[in-house]
Design a protein around this ligand. Sequence first.
Ligand SMILES: [Zn+2]
Length: 423
Amino acid sequence: MTSRFSFGFVLIYSLATAQAPAKPADSGGTTVSTRARAIHDSAIVVDTHADTPQRFLDEGFDIGSTDAKDIGHMSLDKARRGNLGAEFFSIWVEPVTNQSHYARHTFDLIDSVYEQAARHPDRMMMAFSVADIERAHREHKFAALMGIEGGHSIENDIRLLRDYYRLGVRYMTLSWSNTNEFADSSGDIDDPKVQHHNGLTDLGKQVVLEMNRLGMMVDISHVADKTFWDVIAMTKAPVIASHSSARALVDAPRNMTDDMLRAVAKNGGVVQVNFFNGFDDADFHKAMEAQAKDKAAAVEKYVEQLKVEGKSVSYVDEDRIEREWMAKIPRPPLKSLIDHIDHIARVAGIDHVGLGSDFDGVSGATPQGIDSAADLPKITQALLDRGYSANDIHKILGGNLLRVFAKVEGVSREMRAPTAPSK
Ligand SMILES: [Zn+2]
């Protein structure tokens, strides 16, 4: 999940007035060559961030939908066309509207993923390990995994963290855009009204170590820079950034500096590039800043109007408004996204970059040509065009994430092993 106006980073954007220059018209449909298609189809493609569970729960969306008019990024059909083998579905609990029942909403979202898998046992399965992802691949099934987006879901209770692991959650983003009681977030780090901790608290450190022990990947997307460095200093397993891009290309606090990219490489982890235009394209980012004030005013007016009518803002409403504002800004070319993959591959190394689309969480603001999971082969084509080898492309498409996941499982086994009795 990238931006929700109720608690989105848009509210803390500086109110720059620069206008984005016009982009050339959408060339969109990159043709995928036979060679690119063959490379793409021989990979286990893993994406680490899709917000589709909001749709399962709030819209009653069925992942088996073949509705040609559906503007969502994800369905079994779209996944199959894009040879997407495994998806980490985001369990994201909006922190303002769900106050006092974070865990309850977390469980509801987890349930929504299981229910989809139960409806489509012939084409989809729940997966909890590298071995499960490989088995799903062999059986030509779509592997559904889960990652919690935002540490507030554990309600400061390490036992809830363990319960989520037992239910199959395999990564947790330590914070979303909101600083919680154990980790500072990049989303509100400049807000003086928010109480910060200078990174991770003692509980936060305990959470990281317990995640290492359980075999739950530690996700540093969204966290404040200091939180990132605290995690790197103490984690015993490689980390992931489930959906993060490069700050050297687009100066957004959600993006990672080159020093952070190098630190993830040293840690053995992986940075999964976010497809959101606001993080990947400098012009789009500027245009968002420019519209932030008008957008906030329009949103406020809408929320007030609903209040008068005794209603609250639903996820569907939020998404509709967010889409209207995003659609005012020209979509950048696919090149903007590929530039981030390229940059991270050069700075961190080819073994430390992958795909973290943020599908269904960016209100339609993906680059030209990327309208759903069905378009993933275009990324392979673009990488091939830049001279990446088939082997390198396979690493980016999922190999790196599977290596990190396997290492996290290994560290967990070591940490859980009974220690020899002392003499
Ligand atoms: Zn997010």
